[in-house]
Design a protein around this ligand. Structure first.
Ligand SMILES: [Zn+2]
Length: 188
């Protein structure tokens, strides 16, 4: 069970690492071009996942109630970079903003038609940061454990690295005492 947990945690960390690299690449790319995957249920609604000018966005646009069976289209589009949401003219009815992220809900009128929209905009650097936390913590833990094991194996103080071979019970430099069980464990 513990092994399974460790295995899952490793898999999750690896996934985050991949996401981190992919998001960083997308972030850099987003200043050169915009990219969007769109799923359209014509003629009733459009869902889109895209990135442009440093931001990622999930967009949902409703074009009214269906009057006929809808058809689903998947499209990928790229274009010149632009700020997400700049095409909106009206004032959103919901406008939540936090540290560069935004959630906008509203309605737009366009050539006599009305459509409703939801925009969720998140700066890509925030996603990069989010994906980095766990891998970074685990990397530093792993390095610390490795250093500790190395020091114990080499007969050095786990705390300050001072040579403890002459005084295995207590470090003459920092006064740290090392349980013998720990020393035996690390050499196993
Ligand atoms: Zn010491």
């Amino acid at each position: 069970m513990r092994r399974l947990g460790r295995w899952l945690l490793n898999g999750f960390t690896f996934l985050l690492l991949v996401l981190c690299i992919a998001t960083t690449a997308l972030w850099i790319l987003s200043f050169r071009m915009s990219n969007a995957f769109t799923r359209a249920e014509s003629p009733t609604m459009v869902e889109s996942l895209g990135a442009s000018r440093g931001d990622a966005a999930v967009v949902w646009i409703g074009l009214g109630t269906p009057t006929m069976p809808s058809e689903v289209h998947w499209t990928y589009r790229s274009g010149p970079p632009q700020d997400i949401g700049t095409g909106l003219t009206g004032k959103p009815t919901t406008d939540l903003r936090f540290a560069g992220a935004a959630y906008l809900v509203g309605e737009e009128h366009f050539f006599g038609a009305t459509f409703s929209y939801h925009f969720l905009i998140v700066p890509l650097w925030q996603l990069v940061l989010l994906f980095t936390i766990l891998p970074a913590v685990r990397f530093f833990n792993w390095r610390r454990r490795r250093l500790l094991a190395h020091r114990l194996r080499a007969g050095l103080c786990p705390n300050c690295g001072y040579d403890m071979r002459a005084t295995p019970d207590q470090c003459p430099e920092c006064g740290r005492s090392v349980p013998t069980a720990l020393i035996r464990n690390s050499s196993a």
